[in-house]
Design a protein around this ligand. Sequence first.
Ligand SMILES: CC(C)(COP(=O)(O)OP(=O)(O)OC[C@H]1O[C@@H](n2cnc3c(N)ncnc32)[C@H](O)[C@@H]1OP(=O)(O)O)[C@@H](O)C(=O)NCCC(=O)NCCS
Length: 329
Amino acid sequence: MASLIPVGLAGFGRYVPEKRLTNQDLEKIVDTSDEWIVQRTGIRERRIAASDQVTSSLALVAAQQALADARMSPEELDIVICATVTGDQPFPATACRLGLDLGAKRAGGFDLAAACSGFVFASQVAAGLIQSGQHKNILVVGAEILSRILDYTDRNTCVLFGDGAGAVVYTSLERAGRGELLGGSICMEGGAEGVLAQPAGGSRHPASTSTVEQKQHFMKMGGTKVFRFAVRVFAELVKNVIDRYGLDDIGVIVPHQVNQRIIEAAMEQLGMPMDRVFTNIDRYGNTSAASVPIALREAYEAGRLQKGKLVVMPAFGAGMAWGHLLLRW
Ligand SMILES: CC(C)(COP(=O)(O)OP(=O)(O)OC[C@H]1O[C@@H](n2cnc3c(N)ncnc32)[C@H](O)[C@@H]1OP(=O)(O)O)[C@@H](O)C(=O)NCCC(=O)NCCS
């Protein structure tokens, strides 16, 4: 068997829309308070896309930054993968629009729908395609405009989420010269459709006057179940990495930015101090597939990626689907 080609991270970028929606703004829209939101979630504000922006427009800015960082032209890209659950439309894939807008003339592409785990899963698909020698340069973007599927009369959900995009360019480690992708995990547990979902608009509940009237095109969530699930799998995923590599090898944990309390509870279960984890949930809320790549770029800018040490990226969400990505910086 031919030997596998080591994969590296050549460049990464992030983009969040300019408009800020603060807790104080939300106090005027639903029955909530800044104090409740900060105590329960750690979120202070989130970004909201402008009315003329679509998911591919957010993805485009993040992707252009990632390509510039990688010193790679769009024509060099072989594959574009867009992880999203709020694409420009159900089909064609948002990746097709993104590839066109980028000028990725040679690239093939597709979307990957795994909610908050989308970026982590898509990165592992990209890694496999490069390792096998099938493709050389792959752009993975996590991009969401969750504000378009939120019901701003439902305080259970509308305070938690925001919009944004993060992008990474993967290539051979030899060309990238940094950030070796060591692999990860992809897990799921079906039968949890009611826990966290956008119920209508697919074959189960096609769009109709009644689905619109019943607000079934908005996100629905059972918060407590998701909370318990997220703490459990976050701790499990990181523990597996500790068992294999040892605690000292972990430079930083860059988790899905789900909720400050979930992150703190998982870190407590692991017996690890909070200075081992990077969070930006206070500024963006939960941006689903965009949260890990946005946080990864910001962790880098903050000097939190340590040379030679592991970056562990656990993610978890609707499905229930969860997994992790492991990088040696
Ligand atoms: C949603 C979440 C913050 C609620 O926190 P919690 O500690 O479970 O909430 P509590 O049980 O203390 O309180 C629930 C009460 O708060 C109320 N509440 C919910 N949202 C509120 C808001 N924004 N403002 C004020 N009150 C709110 C509920 O109506 C409920 O009231 P009731 O007891 O009168 O019915 C928490 O469950 C959570 O973060 N879950 C995970 C959600 C998530 O991250 N999903 C995405 C995963 S990818």
